[in-house]
Design a protein around this ligand. Structure first.
Ligand code: SAM
Ligand code: SF4
Length: 329
């Protein structure tokens, strides 16, 4: 089992297979002027398979596919078929914007992939357009309904944004009345690919929960799964549940079990570091399996205690100009 220098188990890799996307969510990337990664810089599927085999040998069993939008990368389904067959990889959930996912559901289920985080920040078509700058609301909603009908494990991810979707917090909690779905409200993080960020987050987890409590008096706390980043609740009598992810407040670092790999092969041992080493470069320089394992073990053995330490040490206090599309969420 892979353990870090704070005795935390590391068994989960978040893999951003592309930084490209067919939406332009304003909290994630600018509307234009984005320098997407060129194909030759991208880890090929063969390279990914090689690297994930090594991660699996070290103890990683869960690989989340994310991006950018994973389904915009050509050949993803063929890659997934290989990935689910790597010995030791037992869980392959996907984070998707749901714009082109529906047509793959049959094949995904056949591969044993049945857990999805579906990003949907509003139940209002117009606000969806304002937030994502694209007109895909009907398709994403239909994707959500089909996932529920198929009894897949689906979580709705909604980033909470001042002046954008506050009213949606209540309608999305109300959605859990008849739908067996987990809605998770995420604190907005400073990864919009721009140089302009708020100095302090107003809609933090405390304010989000207060806001919901003012409308729904019968909230009950439900158990949080092991390694969960969300703090979870249910309205008594409702089929589904809701959770809040304090991603900006960062109070879940004590149980963090994850590593991230960007489309260019940069390894992040914390969301808030700016990358600790590049695995693609090591691989392409001809390193053998043992050398790659050593590099991974060294990074895992030097993890920051929490997101604040990672930011302080690794970014030297500077704000991030990264886009979440190259980190994977
Ligand atoms: N395109 C896919 C999607 O949107 O689900 C996968 C990639 S996206 C970067 C992964 C997750 O990161 C999404 O749930 C998205 O809402 C979240 N995200 C993106 N930018 C964020 C930000 N600035 N703060 C908080 N969450 C963010
Ligand atoms: Fe695309 Fe996902 Fe970023 Fe939205 S959050 S722009 S869907 S990568």
């Amino acid at each position: 089992m892979l353990k870090d220098n704070h005795n935390r188990t590391v068994n989960y890799l978040r893999l951003a297979v592309t930084d490209r996307c067919n939406l332009r969510c304003f909290y994630c990337m600018p509307e234009e002027g984005i320098n997407f990664v060129e194909k030759k810089e991208l880890l090929s599927y063969e390279e990914l398979e090689q690297l994930i085999t090594i991660f699996a040998e070290l103890g990683v069993s869960k690989v989340r596919i994310t991006g950018g939008e994973p389904f915009v990368r050509k050949g993803l389904m063929e890659f997934l078929e290989k990935l689910v067959n790597i010995p030791g990889i037992t869980n392959v959930p996907i984070t998707t914007n749901g714009t082109t996912t529906r047509k793959h559901l049959n094949d995904l289920v056949k591969l044993g992939i049945n857990s999805f985080n579906l990003s949907l920040d509003t139940l209002d078509k117009k606000r969806f357009f304002d937030i994502t700058r694209r007109d895909y609301f009907d398709e994403v909603y239909a994707c959500m309904e089909e996932m529920i009908d198929r009894k897949l494990n689906v979580k709705l991810n909604a980033v909470v944004m001042k002046d954008k979707n506050i009213e949606d917090i209540l309608t999305m909690v109300a959605l859990t009345k008849d739908k067996d779905i987990a809605v998770r409200f995420i604190e907005e993080m400073p990864f919009n690919g721009d140089k302009v960020h708020y100095q302090q987050l107003e809609w933090n987890y405390i304010k989000i929960l207060d806001f919901i409590s003012n409308e729904f008096s019968n909230i009950e706390k439900i158990p949080d799964p092991l390694f969960s980043t969300s703090v979870n609740y249910r309205i008594k009598g409702f089929k589904g549940s809701f959770g809040i992810i304090p991603a900006y407040s960062r109070n879940f670092c004590g149980t963090c079990n994850r590593l991230r790999m960007t489309p260019k092969g940069l390894i992040k041992t914390c969301l808030y570091d700016s990358g600790v080493f590049n695995l693609r470069d090591i691989l392409r320089s001809g390193a053998n399996k043992a050398q790659i394992k050593t590099a991974i073990l060294e990074a895992v053995g030097n993890r920051a205690k929490d997101g604040f330490e990672a930011e302080r040490k690794n970014r030297h206090g500077n704000q991030s100009f990264e886009s979440m599309a190259s980190i994977g969420g």
